[in-house]
Structures are given as C-alpha cells and as structure tokens.
Design a protein around this ligand. Structure first.
Ligand code: CU
Length: 147
C-alpha cells in the first residue's frame, strides 16, 4: 500500500514538474524601425523572451557611458548581448525584477525596451542610478506599466 502511495506521489510530482515546464511562455518582441514593440512586457518567472524582425538590430543589457558599463537588471540575473540581426531568445528569466535593454545602433533614437519578470524587485536600485535621457524614458514606461 505504501509502495502504491509513493508511486502515486511520484507520478503527481512528475506531472507538476511537467505542467510548470509546459506553462512557461515565450513572449515575442518585434523590432519596428527604431522601436521595440511592445516596449514594455510583463512576464512570469521562468518565461522567455524572443525578438523578431531583428535585421539591423541587437538586444543588449550592457549600457556603456563615460563612467563605464552599467546593467539595469536584478541582482544575480544574467544579461545578454545578441549578435547583430539575430532573432535572439533569452534563456528562462528566473530572477524577478526589471530588465532594461537597448539596441545599440538605434539607442540614439531611444530604441530600448523593458522586461518585468514577476515582482519589480530592483526598481529602487535602478532609480538610485539616476537614469537620464532614453534610459529615464524606459524607467518611466516601466513604472507606468506597474501601476
Ligand atoms: Cu535597432
């Protein structure tokens, strides 16, 4: 009897694992001239994001200015830099928080985007860095999406 119960238990936990894997979603962002659409997306932890129509574009979480490299992603998360023109897909984004990214060739035109994974754990961290210009606009859009 115990053996049967433990078999049922094992089958149940396997199906829970399977269903959570099946439930992870991919979210598509499309590059359109000098904008990512949608610019802000809210996803669940474990979901992925992919970009389409990326000819001439990249997606990059590394921001560089006079003071060096900056990342606007939650602590412990991994950023990414796609190849030029690549319809890149992230690995599952498991660390909750806000991820800001940009397209380098069109960053001057403000081509950037926001991914909010679960709870925006790092919003205060990002604001503490006093984002300016196009970055400030991304943060503003993120906050609007969180209202
Ligand atoms: Cu671009």
């Amino acid at each position: 009897m115990n053996y049967a119960k433990s078999l049922i238990g094992a089958a149940l936990s396997a199906s829970v694992l399977l269903s959570s894997a099946v439930m992870a979603e991919n979210h598509v962002v499309t590059a359109a001239v000098t904008a990512f659409k949608p610019m802000v997306i809210k996803i669940a932890p474990g979901d992925t994001v992919s970009w389409e129509n990326m000819n001439g574009h990249i997606t990059n979480t590394t921001f560089i200015d006079n003071s060096g490299e900056h990342h606007y992603i939650p602590e412990g998360a991994e950023g990414w830099t796609s190849a030029m023109g690549e319809n890149f897909q992230t690995p599952p984004l498991t660390v909750e928080g806000i991820y800001l990214y940009k397209c380098d060739p069109h960053w001057g035109a403000g081509m950037g985007g926001v991914i909010i994974v679960g709870t925006p754990t790092n919003l205060d961290d990002i604001e503490a860095k006093k984002p300016k210009g196009a970055l400030k606009r991304l943060v503003k859009k993120a906050k609007k999406a969180l209202k």
